[in-house]
Design a protein around this ligand. Structure first.
Ligand SMILES: N[C@@H](CCC(=O)N[C@@H](CS)C(=O)NCC(=O)O)C(=O)O
Length: 234
């Protein structure tokens, strides 16, 4: 087997799974380095030359002078252009896909991430900030309602086509149990979860580098909470 173009640096998190979902769904060969947060590998000098933010994921494209791309939304966009997949070509549809990608990057991810942080990392350490929890859970629910309205009458965020907007949004929105955000009454969102839960390549992707079923409300949640808190220790 020849050396693949794409080398991916990642870990099993919502942002970390986005490029894995793309690469698996597109059936693209890639290789992967697991970044161990417990060892602070994401802050190491060699890694921060690739990703100045010191976070995962990052890709390096060997076929493009070892070009490094950080920020998961930019990575999906780069891969979509390189492989001509999961990004519509018409100007309006393409803009719509990027709008929903930005909505995930600027809204769903940061808000649900903070809802998770205050409930799954701060609270077990004894930092109980109910004001922060209420703010981030309420805002996350509002954003999931926006998705629900968009998905009314559609299979995927843009319609029939599965795009990088779905790839970016699924791992975050589907982690509503970990963020302790209710999806009650959000029928279109629930149907979209079921649709993507039934995509074998995406489901394989969310086990790479390893599964973390508690994000999706499965498995031993309290053991996973301790494991997760240890991963993100200061
Ligand atoms: N906006 C960035 C966020 C990346 C990010 O926050 N990654 C987290 C995992 S989901 C991380 O690397 N955390 C380790 C750390 O904060 O040191 C992206 O979308 O790529």
């Amino acid at each position: 087997m020849s050396t693949p173009d794409i080398h991916l640096y990642t870990a099993s998190t919502m942002n970390g799974w986005k490029p894995v979902i793309f690469l698996e769904e597109a059936e693209v060969e890639y290789d992967l380095t697991y970044i161990d947060f417990g060892k602070k590998e994401q802050k190491s000098e060699w890694y921060m030359k690739l990703n100045p933010n010191g976070r995962i994921p990052t890709i390096v494209d060997r076929s493009n002078d070892d070009f490094a791309v950080f920020e998961s939304g930019a990575i999906l966009w780069y891969l979509a252009e390189k492989y001509q997949k999961f990004l519509p070509t018409g100007a309006k549809a393409r803009s719509e896909a990027l709008q929903w990608l930005m909505f995930q990057m600027g809204g769903i991810g940061p808000m649900m991430g903070q809802a998770m942080f205050f409930q799954r990392i701060a609270a077990p350490k004894g930092i109980d900030d109910q004001y922060a929890i209420d703010r981030y859970v309420t805002e996350s629910r509002r954003l999931l309602e926006v998705l629900d309205r968009q998905l009314n009458g559609k299979a995927y965020l843009l319609g029939d086509e599965f795009t990088i907007a779905d790839i970016a949004t699924y791992p975050w929105a589907r982690s509503y149990p970990w963020a302790k955000v209710s999806i009650e009454g959000l029928e279109h969102l629930q149907a979209w979860f079921e649709r993507i839960d039934a995509r074998p390549k995406t489901q394989k992707a969310v086990t790479i580098p390893k599964p973390f079923p508690a994000f999706f409300g499965k498995g031993d949640i309290s053991a996973s909470e301790s494991e997760n808190a240890a991963r993100f220790k200061a």
